[in-house]
Design a protein around this ligand. Structure first.
Ligand code: NAD
Length: 433
């Protein structure tokens, strides 16, 4: 007998919120933002098709016998969107709602993201529709090794280099590297986000959150903000959200609201996010943290603050709640957190948005550093990693901001324009189009 798990606990962990009435699916959202920029760039239809659709889509069956004695059959996906600028690059997520539509959307975002920060990678994404939160470590290891066996032919340090994403981590990458090594020999550069002991880069774990806050620092002067007078709300307190919160708190900002999949809390006086992180790491629940008031997830979005950092699911800021947002600026830590309907409402309200393809690129930048270090068999210091990350994020932010001013478009459209233009240029000079 076979079955696919859909337990409520697993469904609660981060993936993509189901589209609301009249809202678009993740792939439709990615295509919408692509279409707006492609139109502005005047891309001919044939070029649009080549760079707007995926080069290769792999779907495999992953049957495993779980602790309940049943064979559970999961689907694994790897979508390689565009490789004109370098090897395909993108994370692999484990979530029961993962499907081809979502993976396609995220793969396309990776192509634009790697081009916007100008690192020599293309874009890819992967996923397995497994309820990671309900699996034992042994089951996750079996699933991971089986998935790598089945997609290893399209991977390689000069072909496609996976990384962690939602519900996958350094341990998952260690299993992937080991399994790929069994088939092809020792190859640390096959995945990034590895444990430090296996060639992972110092600074990788914090990199996405750090990049989000670097974008805040870049945006702050034009918004008339300094960290000390900035109140921040963070939606999602996982890797990205908790690092962003801790880093900006250390700079002097006040974190007035935080949520995770199980609830939301607020404190006007400020939430100590280092202590909150330790509380959760020790098995505590966010809503049981001392000195905060429990609120609803909807109330979190309506909190009075200067900066909102979505760092949870895609699609959580939508047409039904965007109007209640009171933040001056949104720095998108999550992938695809804002639907086009919400984007239009926020634009009309004058909310400044630093889009995902720029704001959360810190992770892939330090993944690039990890790959470079692995190829050189040499380790950089954490200080070196953070300083190089700052240089790249600042340059990318400046280029997108300048484009936004020059073309009188939003930061999102400007970022897509810059990314698409670079991919098209590479594809053209290679002779693909
Ligand atoms: P994670 O699994 O570590 O954390 C996700 C957090 O969101 C958890 O705290 C979870 O409880 C919370 N959450 C889930 N559903 C929620 C809801 N409905 N409301 C509020 N909180 C909710 O994942 P992560 O690695 O931090 O990734 C978060 C987002 O950032 C994803 O969209 C991911 O694609 C994106 N991202 C991550 C990286 C990275 O390096 N980890 C890089 C780029 C983009």
């Amino acid at each position: 007998m076979s079955q696919v798990d859909q337990s409520p606990r697993a469904a609660n962990l981060a993936g993509h919120a189901p589209p609301g009435p009249g809202e678009l699916s993740p792939y439709e959202i990615a295509q919408h933002y692509f279409g707006v920029a492609a139109e502005r760039l005047g891309l001919p239809d044939d070029v649009r098709t080549v760079v707007g659709t995926a080069y290769r889509e792999v779907q495999v069956q992953i049957p495993i016998r779980r602790a309940d004695g049943l064979i559970h059959v999961y689907s694994g996906y790897r979508v390689q969107h565009n490789g004109a600028r370098g090897p395909y690059k993108g994370g692999i997520r484990y979530h029961p709602e993962v499907d081809l539509d979502e993976v396609r959307a995220l793969a396309a975002l990776m192509s634009w993201k790697t081009a916007i920060v100008d690192i020599p990678f293309g874009g890819a994404k992967g996923g397995v529709n497994v309820p990671a939160g309900d699996c034992t470590q042994g089951e996750l290891q079996l699933i991971t090794r089986s998935f790598i066996d089945k997609i290893s032919k399209v991977l390689g340090p000069t072909r496609d280099i996976p990384a962690p994403d939602v519900n996958t981590n350094a341990q998952t990458m260690a299993w992937m590297m080991d399994q790929y090594g069994k088939l092809n020999g020792y190859t640390p550069a096959i995945v990034t986000g590895k444990p430090i002991a296996l060639g992972g880069s110092l600074g990788r774990e914090a990199a996405t959150g750090r990049g989000v806050i670097m974008c805040f620092t870049e945006a702050a002067p034009a918004l008339g903000l300094t960290p000390q007078d900035t109140r921040v709300v963070v939606q999602g307190f996982g890797n990205v959200g908790s690092w962003a919160a801790r880093i900006v708190q250390d700079m002097g900002a006040t974190i007035v609201g935080v949520s995770d999949a199980y609830g939301a809390v607020q404190s006007e006086a400020g939430i100590d996010c280092h202590a909150l992180h330790d509380h959760i790491a020790q098995g505590g629940r966010l809503v049981d943290f001392l000195g905060v008031d429990v609120i609803t997830p909807d109330e979190l979005l309506s909190l009075d603050c200067e900066v909102l950092i979505p760092a949870a699911l895609g699609g959580l800021i939508h047409g039904g709640n965007a109007d209640r947002i009171r933040a001056k600026a949104i720095i998108e830590g999550a992938n695809g957190p804002t639907t086009p309907a919400a984007d239009a409402i926020l634009h009309d309200k004058g909310v400044f948005i630093v889009p995902d393809v720029l704001a959360n690129a810190g992770g892939v930048v330090v993944s690039y550093f990890e790959w470079v270090q692995n190829l050189q068999h040499f380790r950089w210091t954490e200080e070196d990693v953070n300083q190089r990350l700052g240089t790249i994020m600042s340059r990318a932010y400046g280029e997108v901001a300048a484009r936004s001013v020059a073309d009188a478009v939003t930061m999102r459209t400007a970022a897509f324009e810059v990314g698409i233009e670079r991919v098209v240029e590479a594809a053209r000079t290679r002779g693909y189009i």
